[in-house]
Ligand binder design. Structure first.
Ligand code: HEM
Length: 144
């Protein structure tokens, strides 16, 4: 086991996770404000630019890096003997699904075709928080 590589993979994994989570927690908040901005207004056009840059230049590369370094770390574990890892990967798949919903909602706003309310996005804003808590507790505590 190359312990040096393992630590580098874990450090890069955690850095990518922090960037991805920052975007997943911030983008739904921008959607809450965007619902109240009139289509075509200066505020709405500014929010479109912020949402596009957040998704393309932070969330997308960070999600790919989280997966690449996470899969690299998997080589140091035997999936069959680590039930906590199954549960963690299950929650990570849900988090990745949430990322794709954010991408679809962003495209709706870009076309001035959003149909959801500010309340909907406030509730959605809690989803990545709850998933992150579950994922981090599973990987650090390895409870089963
Ligand atoms: C994308 C797929 C992912 C895979 C395949 C994956 C896999 C792994 C593996 C195998 C480890 C090493 C565990 C250890 O050394 O004890 C690890 C560490 C870690 N992962 Fe992930 N992970 C993924 C996504 C995530 C996400 C989305 C988060 C947070 C929201 C996360 C948070 C962490 C943390 C905090 C550690 C360090 C744990 C420690 O040092 O005790 N991972 N990951």
């Amino acid at each position: 086991m190359d312990i040096g590589l393992y630590h580098w993979l874990k450090a890069l994994h955690i850095i990518a996770v922090v960037a991805w989570m920052a975007g997943l927690l911030y983008l739904p908040r921008l959607f809450v404000y965007h619902v109240n901005a009139t289509a075509g207004s200066e505020a709405s056009e500014m929010l479109k630019v912020m949402e596009r840059r957040l998704m393309r230049f932070i969330m997308l590369p960070a999600s790919i890096a989280t997966w690449v370094f996470g899969l690299g770390l998997l080589h140091y574990f035997s999936l069959a003997e680590e039930p906590w890892l199954h549960s963690k990967l299950g929650l990570v798949l849900v988090l990745t699904g949430f990322h794709h919903f954010c991408a679809r909602w962003r495209k709706d706003f870009a076309r001035d075709a959003n149909r959801h309310t500010a309340k909907f996005f406030r509730i959605m804003n809690e989803v990545p928080t709850l998933l992150m808590v579950g994922i981090v507790l599973l990987v650090v505590l390895k409870p089963f």
